[in-house]
Design a protein around this ligand. Sequence first.
Ligand SMILES: NC(=O)c1ccc[n+]([C@@H]2O[C@H](COP(=O)([O-])OP(=O)(O)OC[C@H]3O[C@@H](n4cnc5c(N)ncnc54)[C@H](OP(=O)(O)O)[C@@H]3O)[C@@H](O)[C@H]2O)c1
Length: 300
Amino acid sequence: MTGKVVVITGATSGIGRVAAEKLAGLGARMVVIARDQARGAATLGRLRSINGSAKHTIHYADLSRISEMKRVAAEVVAAEPRIDVLINNAGALFGSRHLTEDGLELTFATNHLAYFVVSLGLLDRLRASAPSRVINTSSGAHEKARLDFGDLQSEEAYQGTLWDTLRYGGPGFKAYALSKLCNILFTRELARRLEGSGVTVNCFHPGFVDTRFGDESGGLISWGLRAAKHLAISPEKGAATLVYLASSPEVAGVTGRYFFRCRPVAPTRQAQDDRAARALWQESERLSSLVGVLPPSPAS
Ligand SMILES: NC(=O)c1ccc[n+]([C@@H]2O[C@H](COP(=O)([O-])OP(=O)(O)OC[C@H]3O[C@@H](n4cnc5c(N)ncnc54)[C@H](OP(=O)(O)O)[C@@H]3O)[C@@H](O)[C@H]2O)c1
């Protein structure tokens, strides 16, 4: 990875933190997008101590806000003449429903729309730097999702019927599962639109990983996840597939796939629904006002 520039979100903690440190150790120069100044500074300090000769940098943004997603993408583009890898990894689970300043449900905005807007913002750099890679952190939680275009903002999801509680395990998980399904649909549609460009796009499930994930979700969710985390794998194991997708020559030409334990696996049928992926793309374009930045390819 020496000489490669890797842009990563969610590197101040958990899976992203370990992946950023491993990639820096392999020689990459890391460009971190973070929201918290103290955790951001600590992350940068660790990266510099691992590989001081690479000029790692940091940009700050709250990735739940569309204006911030766009601003930080433009800032990175202005600072970086080439980008070899983009890792969309920041994500969270919320115990109750919140709306962002854009009127979007917070999980959808942070876990899906930020991936979409940041990727489109960096697209010209990624294309000009080809061969390059985009990697999206998804989750096995997508298996429980149901894509309902009438309820993308999860108004019903948070109402918490008994059936939902039994099926998903609690309020918030339904919206979370939906956002992780969106990650796979977005990966496949972006890969199709970028076919032949030399930019590959893949996503992965890290496993159930002992990170800060869920700690700030609130109420029973945080309590339940904390209790379950003694069954979770380490962040080092959770980051292994991400590091592999970012750095291995084995996946140089592979695109549009969903990985688990460094192997491509089939996501659910719904995650392979190409019409749904196109419709989600169009809705994401509309919500972010980024219509027509990357038109469909003949393969789409
Ligand atoms: N842990 C698991 O079992 C598991 C399983 C499947 C998938 N995943 C996925 O893995 C990814 C990483 O999660 P993790 O487990 O490593 O959790 P984590 O330790 O909580 O890390 C989440 C990262 O996302 C950042 N983030 C959250 N909201 C943000 C926002 N609005 N703006 C900017 N950055 C934001 C956090 O920043 P701060 O440091 O400022 O909070 C942190 O760096 C997520 O996409 C998650 O859905 C996790």
